[in-house]
Design a protein around this ligand. Structure first.
Ligand code: PGA
Length: 253
């Protein structure tokens, strides 16, 4: 049975005290929930990772980084390497988010190098893919997503692919309040699963967690997560409120 995951991507939000309050509130609420075969992941900004990891020791969530460098080590001012994060016991990392592609010029080639770093250091890697509104309107959404996955992920061997989680995040849905409909999400997730099956085989595809991201909240999560190929969500804005985030977590159980 594949893993159900709800991951909170805090992006560049909250000061230290706010971050500590939020993560403590989430930890408190998780105490009353039996996650079973499901996983909660919190991805705070880099400076808060250690605080999050300290709280995670006593709680039922994992900690992830929002980004990693595509370089291994050395004179790269401002970068944070996979090796550093692995040495802190961070388990997850997000790679290929559309905001990284848009604002930091991350290409499929750079993203592929980041994935290599993440795999080498044994992260569970949440790989983000998704089309722009203009690409969907032009009917190219399947091709765009296929190309993103083929370039960045399919170079991996079957063994390496085992640590990949896919997050389908249509760019037009991120932070806009306009989520994909459950049908649109299911259609793309099924497409992605078939794509994975064609590269790695059906058994691997059946075990791959595919998350939905883009204006997911406690109201729309139950219907989106009920789709057969949707295995949870990557949550931005709604992960900044503990009660809201916990309601979304409950929607995967
Ligand atoms: P959103 O962001 O939930 O605020 O739309 C999702 C994401 O970017 O991962």
């Amino acid at each position: 049975m594949r893993l159900k995951i709800v991951a909170g991507n805090w992006k560049m939000n909250l000061d230290f005290e706010e971050a500590e309050d939020l993560i403590s509130a989430i930890a408190d609420e998780l105490e009353n929930i039996d996650l079973g075969h499901a996983e909660v992941v919190i991805c705070p900004p880099f400076p808060y990772l250690e605080m999050a990891l300290d709280i995670a020791i006593e709680s039922d969530f994992s900690v992830g980084a929002q980004n990693i460098s595509h370089f291994d080590n050395g004179a790269y001012t401002g970068e944070v390497s996979a090796r550093m994060l692995a040495s802190m016991d961070v388990d997850y990392c997000i790679v290929g988010h559309s905001e990284r592609r848009k604002y930091f010029n991350e290409t499929d080639e750079i993203i592929a190098k980041k994935i290599d770093q993440a795999i080498e250091h044994e992260f569970i890697t949440i790989f983000c893919c998704g089309e722009l509104l203009s690409e969907r309107q032009a009917g190219k959404h399947f091709d765009v997503v296929r190309e993103q996955i083929e370039k960045a992920v399919f170079p991996l061997s079957e063994k390496e692919f085992y640590n990949i989680v896919i997050a389908y995040e249509p760019v037009w849905a991120i932070g806009t309040g306009v989520n994909a409909t459950p049908e649109q999400a299911q259609e793309m997730h099924a497409y992605i699963r078939n794509l994975i099956a064609s590269r790695y085989g059906k058994d691997v595809a059946d075990e791959t967690s595919i998350l939905y991201g883009g204006s997911c909240n406690s109201k729309n999560a139950p219907e989106i997560f009920a789709q057969p190929d949707v295995d949870g969500g990557l949550i931005g804005g709604a992960s900044l409120n503990a009660d809201e985030f916990i309601e979304i977590v409950k929607a995967i159980l």
